[in-house]
Design a protein around this ligand. Structure first.
Ligand code: GAR
Length: 202
């Protein structure tokens, strides 16, 4: 049955939040998806400021405020309970078993490389160091692996001869912003399910 209410999107972020901003700017006025909350593992970061400026509710679930990582993971899962889709947009923590059990197949992550090349925290640096001529970005469904889930979409970005890590990462982020908006819109419009390694309309 086609969805009647907008898809409720919760965005998780830890950093400057430019990917989040792209989503906030692209929210359809009355359409297929909306950002219902923005969460972070930090009490203060630019991403939370951007959400507040856009009038979107925020929450923080900080690792240091919980006795164990498992407690933190369960608290984060509970904070996202109302989400139809969770978007990790520069969220610099790995979610664990409790989160994945509660939100299996409902979380996407944007990563600044063409996975499976250059997983991890320093994808632009690692691509530059390796000497590849083309890198890019990947949006994938989060599973128990590290940057290993089924791929939703990818976009290539050329590496230029005089690129630094910062210039390359910034060009990748331009691609990420557009791709993330188009992926969220497409998932909200067509639904999704996993078929093997593929993410297909439901
Ligand atoms: C993005 O490049 C995103 O892919 C990356 O952090 C940046 C966030 O940018 N995430 C990871 O590397 C996760 N492994 P932003 O804070 O400007 O939105």
């Amino acid at each position: 049955m086609p969805r009647t209410a907008p898809l409720r999107v919760v965005v998780l972020a830890s950093g400057t939040g430019t990917l989040l901003q792209a989503l906030l700017d692209a929210r359809p006025a009355a359409g297929s998806w909306t950002v219902t909350a923005v969460g972070s593992d930090l009490h203060s970061c630019q991403a939370l400021d951007r959400a507040a400026a856009a009038g979107v509710p925020t929450f923080t679930v900080a690792l240091a405020d919980h006795p164990t990582r498992a407690d933190w993971d369960a608290a984060l899962a509970a904070a996202c309970a109302d989400a139809d889709l969770i978007v990790s947009a520069g969220f610099m923590k790995l979610v664990g078993p409790a989160f994945l059990a509660a939100h299996d197949g409902k979380m996407i992550n944007s990563h600044p490389s063409l996975l499976p090349s250059f997983p991890g925290m320093h994808a632009a640096r690692d691509a530059l160091a390796y000497g590849v001529h083309v890198t890019g970005c990947t949006i994938f469904l989060v599973d128990a692996g590290v940057d290993a889930g089924p791929i939703v979409a990818q976009e290539a970005v050329r590496v230029l001869p005089d690129d630094t890590v910062a210039s390359l990462h910034e060009r990748i982020k331009v691609a990420e912003r557009g791709l993330l908006v188009s992926v969220v819109t497409s998932l909200a419009t067509h639904g999704w399910r996993v078929a093997g390694r593929k993410v297909v309309p439901s």
